[in-house]
Design a protein around this ligand. Structure first.
Ligand code: PLP
Ligand code: COI
Length: 339
């Protein structure tokens, strides 16, 4: 592996330019084959649909280096399927799912020197995204699109690494009933920018959003789903049509049941239940599993423990990491080998 002169162990979650990115374009009703490019810039028409009406969606997944020096990705087929769902909802043309996975593999291979070493705690984050490029001025979808995948090495999502977070119940909403919360549209993240800056200014690491209709049920945070553990070690996660179906969360529910022998349930979770739980964590590709030490609900503090990760959260974290690093056998189809 070439020396990239990076302090892998101290990487944060930021953009670092890597060698190659995948670029495909859609014109006259068809995607071209796509190619690898060294150019990280995009030149757009001033009235491009993405600039005027935010017609864009994205994905996030990681490539890891295993103990044997191999490079693997985790369940890229599920990112392909979710991106297809996002595209359909955003009136964008689906980039074929098999080609999406091939393009991921091609992008990782072309940036193999940027996959952090085993044991560094870092990984190569992949960001597939699509946007409408041609000029529109009336509110309507574009007819021309670009699909790109770039790669960037990352460390932990939250500043300070894996440590119990302090989060608040947000007064802002992120997604509407029957809106776009269940897809990975850029507009959902635009919605959360004011709230995350405000949360940081008030000393919180993240916002937990509640359902916009009744404001009584837990939804998710700006960039991760939420997991809870009950006193009798049951793993719970909110069920809602307006949250992103996290691949990490779906995987962890399987890990809880099939690897740890725990009960795991997806169901609506009321705000009023928070104090019955003993552990809480945020889960996602970027967040992995980040323990929540404290939730603040308008002056009321629900404390799960600010010293360390909870027992079950730690077991979920260790098992998922071991699966992703190929240290223990993965369920069929979870590991995609790159080389
Ligand atoms: N929820 C939101 C809003 C996210 O942005 C993400 C990140 O992708 C997740 C949940 C976690 O999803 P996944 O585990 O598929 O990365
Ligand atoms: C991811 O986990 O891949 C995400 O997209 C979350 C994002 C907020 C960085």
């Amino acid at each position: 592996m070439a020396n990239k002169d990076i302090d892998w162990g101290n990487l944060g979650f930021g953009y670092i330019k890597t060698d190659k990115r995948f670029v495909a374009t859609y014109q006259d009703g068809a995607w071209n084959e796509g190619t690898l490019s060294e150019d990280e810039t995009v030149v757009l028409h001033e009235s491009a649909c993405v600039l005027q009406y935010a017609q864009t969606c994205f994905e996030g997944l990681k490539a890891y280096r295993t103990k044997d020096g191999e490079i693997v990705c985790f369940r890229p087929d599920l990112n392909a399927a979710r991106m297809a769902d996002s595209c359909r909802r955003m009136k964008m043309p689906v980039f074929p799912e098999d080609k999406f996975v091939e393009a991921i593999i091609e992008t990782v291979r072309a940036n193999a020197d940027w996959v952090p070493p085993y044991g560094s705690g870092a990984s190569l984050y992949l960001r597939p995204f699509m946007f409408g490029t041609n000029a529109v001025i009336g509110v309507k979808p574009a007819t021309e699109f670009e699909f790109r995948i770039f790669a960037t090495p990352v460390g932990p999502y939250f500043k300070g690494g894996v440590r119990p977070l302090t989060v608040r119940i947000s007064d802002f909403d992120r997604a509407a009933p029957r809106g776009t919360g269940h897809i990975k549209a850029g507009l959902n993240y635009a919605m959360s920018l004011y709230a995350i800056v405000d949360a940081h200014e008030q000393g919180y690491d993240e916002n937990i959003y509640v359902d916009a209709m009744t404001r009584t049920y837990i939804e998710e945070t700006g960039g991760a789903n939420v997991l809870f553990v009950t006193k009798d070690k049951k793993v719970l996660t909110p069920k809602s049509d307006s949250i992103l179906p996290s691949i990490t969360r779906r995987s962890l529910m399987t890990v809880a049941r099939d690897y740890l022998g725990l009960e795991a349930e997806e169901r609506p979770i009321a705000l009023s239940e928070l104090e019955n739980f003993v552990e809480c964590g945020l889960c996602g590709t970027a967040a992995v599993i980040s323990p929540v030490g404290k939730i603040v609900d308008h002056g009321k503090e629900i404390v799960y423990g600010m010293d360390s990760m909870g027992e079950v959260t730690q077991k979920l974290y260790n098992t998922l990491r071991s699966i992703q690093m190929c240290e223990i056998p993965a369920p069929e189809g979870w590991i995609c080998k790159i080389n």
